[in-house]
Design a protein around this ligand. Structure first.
Ligand SMILES: Cc1ncc(COP(=O)(O)O)c(C=O)c1O
Length: 474
């Protein structure tokens, strides 16, 4: 047998490979060490970097070492959600075991559009494990790029079930309604728009005192629509709103939905991992009655982006929504290409990082880390209550989001809190974003990072107080 010669290509690392690997690992080690401790400030984008970003397409390369160094500096000057004092939006952690598995997955570049042997089986197993973790009787599902695509995928399945002809003839949007609480994530509205229903098909169902969808108001809205011949296509309950972490009463919503023909989807992109904990599990009662549920592993299951999970009771509903018979993707009898159950074509092996992390640490470690973040959020609420001049905007955090504001002695409190959020971001010792709750501007920290500690929570309160005073005196 003739020995196979290594390909002669300028893209191969060849002799540089061992050194590149060592260097890449050294950079990774350094990054992880820097996430162990909060850093004193967020470095601004350096002038050299601005110069670099203006440079033309290089015709010849720098070599991998120098290119990696430049990438590392870019990352150092970027907002990393992996850092322990990142409290903005709904963050993430970049879990180390999952990062390594992701690097392996990227190296093999498996494509889950078509038959991919073991990778497909691992994806299926991972879906089953997540279903087990959150307590949902899934019979199928798909791994997506995140909550937006999961919501869109679920609503596409709902549309197809309500209007089987809609894939061919579209739908008369004036005859369709989708219901979600007034505080549902904007991805629900976006999905309704993308599906061609128009956002006027989305009914904003009023919320109760705990900012959860009011099931009685949902029942009235559905009845009003049915009375004039509008089909209730889907109800989206949110299990952890982005604004305050409220969990809609899923069981009571399922009671209303039953018998209407509407598809019940639970958007648990942020909050659903809390279903596996003793401290918050009761909030998700009735989850098992949903037609579909989504959860972002790249949020509160700590793995790096992108990794969204959509689970369904009836996998046939996904096939009905997405299946195409392409002559270049012939299927053996009884086999369905994964592409026929989801929206994307080329699809990376996103499940591997979650599968590896669940195997490496065990579900118990995830449960413990999620519980810790909920406890930290509760401690943060206590610290806010105890600090004169700070005010909590909810009675108690439902999950791990703690909206609060600083009340200045005089002047416009909304303007003060907008400036305070900006000042905290510029200061760079913590990262927190602002939000508006019932017209009131506040800081809206969200704790979903396994690296966050009690000291980090304390520093957030201290800094909000300190910089607030500076702003007030200036
Ligand atoms: C409740 C909820 N749904 C959906 C999304 C969108 O998720 P993604 O950014 O992964 O698309 C978010 C994002 O924060 C969310 O909080």
């Amino acid at each position: 047998m003739t020995e196979r010669a290594l390909p002669v290509t300028p893209l191969s690392l060849r002799d540089e490979r061992a050194e590149a690997l060592d260097h890449g690992l050294a950079l990774l080690r350094q990054a992880w060490a820097s996430f162990d401790e909060p850093r004193p400030h967020q470095p601004p984008v350096a002038p050299e970097r601005h110069e670099l970003f203006g440079s033309p397409l290089p015709e010849t390369g720098t070599g991998v070492r120098e290119a990696l160094d430049a990438a590392d500096r870019v990352l150092d000057e970027s907002l990393a959600q992996a850092r322990p004092r990142f409290f903005g939006y709904v963050g993430s952690s970049g879990l180390e075991s999952a990062v390594l598995a992701d690097a392996l997955a990227m190296s093999h570049d498996v494509n889950l559009a078509a038959e991919a042997a073991a990778a497909h089986l691992v994806e299926q197993q991972t879906l089953g494990w997540v279903a087990q973790l959150v307590g949902y009787p899934a019979a199928g599902g798909t791994v997506t790029s995140g909550g937006m695509v999961s919501n869109l995928t679920a609503l596409m399945a709902a549309r197809t079930r309500a209007f089987p002809e809609s894939r061919v003839v579209g739908v008369d949007a004036s005859r369709v309604a989708v219901y979600a609480s007034a505080e549902a994530h904007s991805s629900v509205e976006r999905a309704v728009e993308v599906l061609g229903l128009g956002s006027s098909a989305l009914r904003d169902v009023p919320i109760d005192g705990r900012r959860r969808m009011d099931p009685a108001a949902l029942a009235s809205a559905i009845a009003a629509d049915r009375a004039v011949g509008v089909t209730p296509m889907a109800v989206v309950a949110t299990a952890g709103t982005t604004l305050t972490g409220s969990v809609d009463p899923i069981g009571a919503i399922a009671d209303v939905v039953e018998g209407t023909g509407a598809w019940l989807h639970v958007d648990g992109a942020y909050g659903l991992p809390a279903a596996c904990t003793d401290v918050a599990g009761h909030l998700f009662a009735g989850l098992d009655r949903a037609d579909s549920v989504s959860v972002d592993a790249h949020k509160w299951l700590f793995v790096p982006k992108a990794c969204g999970i959509l689970l369904v009771r009836d996998p046939a509903a996904l096939r009905a929504a997405f299946r195409h018979d392409a002559s270049y993707m012939v299927e053996e009898e009884g086999y369905v290409h994964p592409v026929d159950t989801t929206m994307e074509y080329s699809r990376p092996f996103r499940a591997l990082k979650l599968w590896t992390a669940l195997r490496a640490h065990g579900a118990g470690a995830f449960r413990e880390a999620i519980t810790t973040t909920i406890e930290l959020a509760r401690e943060l609420a206590d610290l806010v209550r105890a600090r004169p001049g700070l005010e909590l905007l909810v009675d108690a955090p439902e999950l791990s989001t703690v909206p609060f504001r600083r009340v200045p002695a005089r002047g416009d409190a909304d303007a003060h809190n907008r400036s305070l959020a900006r000042a905290l971001q510029e200061d760079g010792r913590v990262y927190v974003t602002s939000a508006v709750v019932d017209g009131v501007t506040c800081l809206r920290p969200c704790v979903v990072n396994f690296r966050t500690t009690r000291a980090d929570i304390e520093s957030l309160v201290d800094l909000a107080d300190e910089l607030g005073r500076v702003l007030e005196s200036g």
